[in-house]
Design a protein around this ligand. Sequence first.
Ligand code: NAP
Length: 250
Amino acid sequence: MATLAGKVALVTGASKGIGAEIARELAAQGAAVVVNYSSSKAGADKVVADITGKGGKAVAVGANVADPADVVKLFAEAKKAYGKVDVLVNNAGIYEFAGIEEITPEHFHKQFNLNVLGLLLATQEAVKLMGSGGSVINISSIVSTTALPQTAVYSATKAAVDAVTRSLAKELGPRGIRVNSVNPGMIETEGTTAANITAHDGEFRKLTEAQTPLGRIGQPSDVAPVVAFMASSASGWVTGEEIRVGGGFT
Ligand code: NAP
């Protein structure tokens, strides 16, 4: 069922991981998709090829979402390609673990500049193209409320994301724009694999699985359909919410 037919969606950080699967899912639901990437043009081109190969519409646009000028260019390209934006998925994000002794200004600013400032800059540009309504979905994390050691800064970025969601939902509701957070649990992606978070024999994965009622960590395909639902009119009276997608992990 094409629940997003005629809609235009922009997904930040869609060259791999959760963002790539969200882009594919939104396209499968009928949306034309702007696939943003930062360094992995080949990854973004592959996502576009997956979508167009199935008869969908997509373009890849490179932009560093933490850079204000790049964000302006990203949305100018989106406007040029499809004329509007109905759905923004603020997915681009980085996670770095550090104990209290290792936290540096660089560690702090790198994560806040992308995960929080980048999300605000992208939303600022998107609302200009949303016309009479739209849906903004912020990819937060269960760590925004579930404390994990070594993640003070990353968790703080995601708690900030949820605060942004609640505030903007109130601010933009009168303009017909809904704003929600989708908060995944541990998901196996290129990023978590590279950071050695989801290794099969790894302590972190085993601990997470043991504390997860549904007994496993997640895949990007566990998250993408929830995002598609939040993008669609089926969730049309839902705004300012945090939807945890983590197999019951608390
Ligand atoms: P990932 O595999 O590391 O992929 C990250 C994506 O973000 C890539 O497409 C990357 O693009 C893009 N990106 C990085 N820096 C960027 C920048 N400055 N501007 C634009 N795009 C940028 O990440 P993931 O695991 O899928 O995570 C995606 C989101 O979900 C993040 O917000 C993360 O915090 C959140 N999340 C992840 C998990 C998890 O367990 N995986 C759990 C909860 C929440 P390039 O490759 O082109 O540089």
